[in-house]
Design a protein around this ligand. Structure first.
Ligand SMILES: Cc1cc2nc3c(=O)[nH]c(=O)nc-3n(C[C@H](O)[C@H](O)[C@H](O)COP(=O)(O)O)c2cc1C
Length: 370
C-alpha cells in the first residue's frame, strides 16, 4: 500500500504504545519481518522543542528503523508546527498526530456547534503542520467520545481536506476505554468518509485471522497492531504471510520466543544502559511469558532483575522449573498449552468475557489517556 510518497512493504503497522514502542522494540519486531511501518511512542511537542532528554530518547532511531513515524501530542499550533519541522530534520518519514478525542470539551459544555469550532481549530493546527514540512502528516483517533458522538468520520473527512496522508482509527470510543468490542462498522464508516487517503484500522488484533477479518469487514487499507505485538512479535510476519498466501503459519515455538526475548532484552541494555534497561525490561518480559505456558515464577523473578546476570539467572531457573510441564522431547504438554488468542470482534457477541476489560490486559494509565 501507499502512504503519502512511500510504497510500503506491507499494510501492517505497529501502533504507538507509550513506554514500549521504543527503538529496541521497533527494531526487534522489524527484524522478524512483515511490518510495513512503525511509530514512536507519543512525544510531547513542547518537550521535543525544548530538547528534553526523555523526549529525545523517545525519538531516537537508527537506519534499520525505517520507515518510522514520530507521534506528536500537543494543542499549541506553533509548537506542533515547529516540532513537526524538528521531526523532519531528525529524519522521520512522517509525523503522526495523537488526536485523543476531539469532543471531550464539547460534551462537557454540551454544545453541538462547539464541536465544529473544535473541528475547525484542529484542522487549522494540522494545516499549519502540513504547510511547514515535506513529509506526510497522519492522524490517530478513536471513533469518538461515546456511542452518541461518533465523530471520527467527520474529523477524518475534514483532515483529508487539509491534506493528511492517512488516518489511524482505534475502533472504540473514549467512553469504552479498552472494554467491549471493537466496532468494525465504526471503522467502516471512517473508510467511507474519506475519498482517497488510506484508513488504517486498529484495535484488539491478536491473530493474523483477526487482522484479515478487520481488513475484509471494514475495507480499511491496512491494520495497526499494538498489544497483539507484545504477545506475538511475529504477528506481522504471520499476517503478511496469511494475506499473501492464505496460509496460517503456526505461532512460534518456545525456543524462538526465548531467542527473541533475549534479543529484545539485550537491545534494552544497549539502549538504556544495563541497569536501567534491565529495570525497564521488567514490564516487557511478562508479555512474552503470557505465551510460555505456566510461568508464574518467571513473572515473579523477572520483576527483580537489575542486570544481564539477573536476567540470565531468571531464565535458567525458569527453564529448570518449566521442565515438569514438558514431555520427553522438551515440548510443553498439551494440557499446559496457552489458550488460542481471539480478538473481541471475532468472538460470539453473547460471550460475557468480551466485555471484560482484561480480555487483553491494559497496563495502568492507558485507559485514561488513549
Ligand atoms: C500501554 C499502552 C500505551 C499506549 N500508548 C499510546 C500512544 O502513545 N499513542 C497512541 O496514539 N495510542 C497509544 N495507545 C493506544 C494504542 O496505540 C492502540 O490504539 C490501542 O492499544 C488499541 O490497539 P491494540 O488493541 O492493538 O493494542 C496505547 C495503548 C496501550 C495499551
Amino acid at each position: 500500500m501507499r502512504l503519502g510518497p512511500y510504497e510500503l512493504s506491507s499494510n501492517l503497522f505497529l501502533s504507538p504504545l507509550a513506554s514500549y514502542t521504543n527503538l529496541p522494540m521497533r527494531v526487534t519486531v522489524r527484524e522478524l519481518g512483515g511490518l510495513g511501518w512503525a511509530t514512536t511512542d507519543l512525544v510531547n511537542a513542547r518537550s521535543l522543542l525544548e530538547r528534553n532528554p526523555t523526549a529525545l530518547k523517545l525519538v531516537a532511531s537508527s537506519p534499520e528503523d525505517r520507515p518510522m513515524a514520530i507521534q506528536l501530542f500537543g494543542s499549541v499550533p506553533e509548537e506542533m508546527r515547529d516540532a513537526a519541522v524538528m521531526c523532519q530534520e531528525l529524519g522521520a518519514q512522517s509525523v503522526d498526530i495523537n488526536m485523543g478525542c476531539p469532543v471531550k470539551k464539547v460534551t462537557k459544555i454540551g454544545g453541538g456547534s462547539a464541536m465544529m469550532t473544535e473541528l475547525n481549530k484542529t484542522a487549522a493546527l494540522v494545516r499549519g503542520m502540513i504547510d511547514a514540512v515535506k513529509i506526510p502528516i497522519t492522524a490517530k483517533m478513536r471513533l469518538g467520545w461515546d456511542e452518541e458522538n461518533l465523530t471520527a468520520p467527520d474529523l477524518a473527512r475534514v483532515l483529508e481536506g487539509v491534506g493528511v496522508a492517512a488516518i489511524f482509527v482505534h475502533g472504540r470510543t473514549r467512553a469504552q476505554g479498552f472494554a467491549g468490542r471493537v466496532n468494525l462498522a465504526g471503522i467502516r464508516s471512517v473508510v467511507a468518509a474519506v475519498r482517497s487517503i488510506p484508513v488504517i484500522g486498529n484495535g484488539d488484533i491478536t491473530t493474523p485471522l483477526a487482522a484479515k477479518h478487520m481488513l475484509d469487514e471494514t475495507g480499511c487499507a491496512g491494520v495497526s497492531i499494538g498489544r497483539g505485538a507484545f504477545y506475538d512479535p511475529w504477528i506481522f510476519r504471520r499476517t503478511a504471510h496469511l494475506l499473501r498466501t492464505g496460509e496460517l503459519l503456526p505461532e512460534p515455538d518456545f525456543a524462538e520466543r526465548l531467542r527473541v526475548l533475549r534479543r529484545h532484552f539485550e537491545r534494552y541494555c544497549e539502549f538504556f544502559g544495563e541497569e536501567h534497561g534491565s529495570r525497564l525490561f521488567r514490564k516487557v518480559a511478562p508479555w512474552y511469558a503470557k505465551r510460555f505456558g505456566p510461568s508464574k515464577p518467571f513473572k515473579r523473578s523477572i520483576l527483580a532483575i537489575n542486570s544481564r546476570a539477573d536476567f540470565a539467572a531468571a531464565i535458567a531457573e525458569y527453564l529448570e522449573w518449566r521442565a515438569q510441564f514438558c514431555d520427553e522431547h522438551g515440548a510443553l504438554k498439551e494440557k499446559f498449552q496457552p489458550e488460542p488468542m481471539m480478538a473481541s470482534f471475532m468472538r460470539d457477541p453473547n460471550a460475557t468475557d468480551v466485555f471484560d476489560r482484561d480480555a487483553i490486559p491494559v497496563p495502568k494509565g492507558a485507559v485514561d489517556t488513549w
